[in-house]
Write a protein that binds this ligand. Structure first.
Ligand SMILES: Nc1nc2c(ncn2[C@@H]2O[C@H](COP(=O)(O)OP(=O)(O)OP(=O)(O)O)[C@@H](O)[C@H]2O)c(=O)[nH]1
Ligand SMILES: [Mg+2]
Length: 431
């Protein structure tokens, strides 16, 4: 089974907590704070790995959680930041966070992108000390790591794709053109997952994709082809393989039209990709018949195709000419197969917004929302009086207390910030 999509949950590591510690040394009369900082949590990173073929490693919608940062320790020791959690994907993988509208493409082996950032570590009491609070007995907590539901989709990176009805001879052609050895048989749907082969000339290499046969209704999900049509969206050329004289007695003209219709209906730009028409199994008809068919099809299709060839995978006739035509009609491209456009690298940065919103949830309970305010509260243990007092000072400096007051807040009312509810009773009169 070829796994070309997966849905996963990722969570980066939380930052380690800062620690409260007081220096104790025989010869120092009054020890100061020396609690170290927590380490940053580990990121979740997606890495492009050329040795992988599909997304089978992600089946079953797994959860991936990176390690949390180490907690700070006494003697001003900082917690460790663990190595990132690496998720390895094959080239051509698109990673998407539909909720956040973010998207990354992994095309080049070795390419990496951070998809979830570790939370920052909390400061230790040493770093929390100020001129007016020289020995704080609180430290900050580490922040949670970012989490996301991600969708992974693999698009094979082929330069040209072989398309056609089942049994048209696509896999036989791939085998004749490249070193790939896909299964060949005289029943339809022999190929059940895409196979790639490399077409080589002296100075160029192109990747050719053989996909399962298309049938009427493929674009709506009939047969196997639909699922795999997406893999040829990135091609720069399609080779439409058409059986010159189908054993089932069907009409090549109608067969050709049916496949073209499915390509059009699939969308994704397939309709406008340049086409080579390849009339297959030419050894089954007299040579003159094959040559005449090439002329007929050239006339019939006009400039909707860039070339028409008759080939036989059995005798090798016309195969070299077809290869040359593929090279000719796939335009050169920097990095040859990496032509899928710019790669989006978006690194998450915790919300920059200082903005916050205050609302009265009910009598005696006020809710405050805003990135910075929520992070501030997440950092502190509201059960610790000293931390709570510090928090009040910061909230006052940010204008939150004034805003609460304007909304009708009175000392002793409850406040909910980022899911934490606590009683706020600012000691000093409001200013
Ligand atoms: N005589 C002759 N038979 C061929 C030629 N190419 C393919 N065949 C036969 O046609 C049948 C189908 O060939 P495949 O290459 O498996 O066709 P396909 O298009 O990959 O078929 P699906 O994977 O089922 O879509 C097999 O029995 C092949 O041996 C050819 O050039 N000459
Ligand atoms: Mg096949």
């Amino acid at each position: 089974m070829f796994h070309d999509h997966a849905k996963i949950f990722v969570r980066a590591g939380a930052g380690g907590d800062g620690v409260v510690s007081l220096r104790r040394e025989a010869h120092v009369p009054k020890g100061g704070p020396d609690g170290g900082e927590g380490g940053r949590g580990a990121d979740v990173v997606v890495v492009c790995d050329a040795s992988l073929r599909d997304l089978a490693g992600f089946r079953g919608g797994k959860h991936f959680k990176a390690e949390r940062g180490g907690h700070g320790r006494g003697a001003n020791k900082h917690g460790a930041t663990p190595a990132p959690l690496e998720l390895r994907v094959p080239p051509g993988t698109v990673v998407e966070d539909p909720e956040a509208g973010e998207r990354w493409e992994l095309l080049e082996p070795g390419q990496r992108t951070v998809v979830a950032c570790g939370g920052s570590g909390g400061r230790g009491n040493k770093q929390c000390a100020t001129a007016t609070r020289q020995t704080p007995r609180f430290a900050e907590r580490g922040l949670p790591g970012q989490d996301r539901m991600l969708e992974l989709r693999l698009r094979l990176l082929a330069d040209a794709g072989l398309v056609g009805l089942p049994n048209a001879g696509k896999s036989s052609l791939l085998a004749a053109l490249t070193r790939a050895r896909p299964k060949v048989a005289d029943d339809p749907f022999t190929t059940i997952e895409p196979v790639l082969g490399t077409l080589e000339s002296d100075d160029r290499q192109l990747v050719l994709a053989d996909i399962p046969g298309l049938i009427e209704g493929a674009s709506e999900g009939a047969g196997l082809g639909h699922e795999f049509l997406a893999h040829v969206e990135r091609c720069r050329l399609l080779v439409h393989v058409l059986d010159l004289q189908p054993l089932d007695g069907s009409d090549p003209v109608a067969n050709h039209a049916a496949v073209e219709r499915e390509l059009r209906e699939h969308g994704g730009g397939l309709a406008i990709l340049p086409r080579i028409l390849c009339l297959s199994k030419a050894d089954l008809v007299p040579e003159e018949r094959a040559a005449a068919a090439v002329e007929e099809w050239r006339e019939r299709l006009g400039n909707t195709v860039v070339d028409v060839h008759a080939t036989s995978a059995a005798t090798g006739a016309g195969v070299r000419e077809l290869a040359a035509a593929v090279f000719r009609h796939v335009p050169p491209d920097e990095g040859e197969q990496h032509h899928a456009g710019p790669v989006a690298h978006r690194v998450y940065r915790p919300g920059s917004g200082d903005a916050f919103r205050v609302e009265r949830a009910r009598d005696g309970l006020f809710r405050v929302e805003g990135d910075r305010v929520e992070r501030l509260v997440a950092r502190h243990d509201v059960e610790n009086d000293e931390a709570l007092r510090y928090l009040e000072e910061r909230l006052r400096a940010m204008g939150v207390i004034r805003a609460l007051q304007a909304a009708g807040f009175e000392p002793g009312d409850d406040v909910e910030i980022g899911g934490t509810v606590f009683e706020l009773d600012p000691g000093a009169p409001f200013r």
